[in-house]
Design a protein around this ligand. Structure first.
Ligand code: CA
Length: 247
């Protein structure tokens, strides 16, 4: 039987969590561009919020300028442009020095989906009731600890688990990790900050995404689960679902 990729449904939500005063996460839902992203900013004062918002604005505008081309190279170039923009802002104002942000982004060009990421915000793919992690964290525990033989559980609870080895805005040359997926009808993508995936385990994520609820309900459940586990950080989740077409 022939399926084609039809309607794309999406929903995004961000929550300050239970112990932070401000929300340094940002996200973008740009269905006309086929672009969805999450950025988790860091830095003193309001610098984290500025970094994540510059990243979102720059990636959106660069992807828009590159249309009608939608390629993984364009997505990576857009993230590099965000890096330059953040460094530029930081160089002009001492309050913003050292600011940076993660980025996880998906550019849809069905059936392809291009993924670009920096830092530890993640993309998961739920397909056929199973959850797969697409991105790999640029963190000390993942890049170094794993090669030292740390277990998954040790990686999840290690005191260095939040130490990034790469961030947008950190330096002039950054490593952007990219992937290419081939989407299938029914696929559900979850982009999220570590305020979600660092708190809610993959069993909790899988069960929530597998439920028959709407995307909005699933997203609210994810936020609720993270808050119930203490909500130590800002929590952001973007869901993108590929529906089965009629044709
Ligand atoms: Ca965070």
């Amino acid at each position: 039987m022939l399926h084609c990729l039809g309607v794309i449904r999406y929903f995004g939500i961000s929550d300050v969590g239970c112990s932070r005063n401000s929300n340094e996460d940002a996200f973008a839902l740009e269905p006309e561009l086929g672009l969805f992203m999450v950025a988790d900013g860091m830095g003193g004062a309001q610098a984290g919020e500025l970094a994540s918002s510059i990243a979102v604005d720059t990636v959106v505008s660069c992807v828009r300028e590159a249309l009608p081309a939608r390629t993984v190279e364009n997505l990576v170039a857009a993230i590099r442009a965000a890096n330059t923009a953040i460094l530029q802002q930081a160089s002009e104002n001492a309050d913003f020095q050292g600011m940076g942000t993660t980025v996880v982004s998906v550019l849809l060009n069905p059936p392809a989906a291009y993924v670009g990421s920096v830092g530890d915000s993640r993309l998961y793919l739920a397909r056929g009731g199973k959850l797969g992690r697409i991105t790999s964290d640029q963190t000390w525990v993942n890049d170094v600890g794993r090669s030292l033989g740390l277990s998954e559980e040790q990686i999840r609870t290690h005191p260095f688990r939040n130490v990034l080895t790469m961030a947008v805005g950190a330096r002039e040359r950054i490593e952007v990790r990219s992937h290419e997926l081939s989407l299938e009808p029914g696929d559900l993508l979850l982009l999220c900050s570590d305020g979600l995936h660092g708190v809610v385990d993959e069993v909790g994520l899988t069960e929530t995404l597998r439920s028959p609820n709407s995307l909005a309900q699933k997203a609210s459940t994810l936020i609720r689960l993270a808050r119930r586990r203490g909500g130590p950080d800002n929590i952001t989740a973007v869901l993108v679902q590929v529906e089965t077409g009629d044709g």
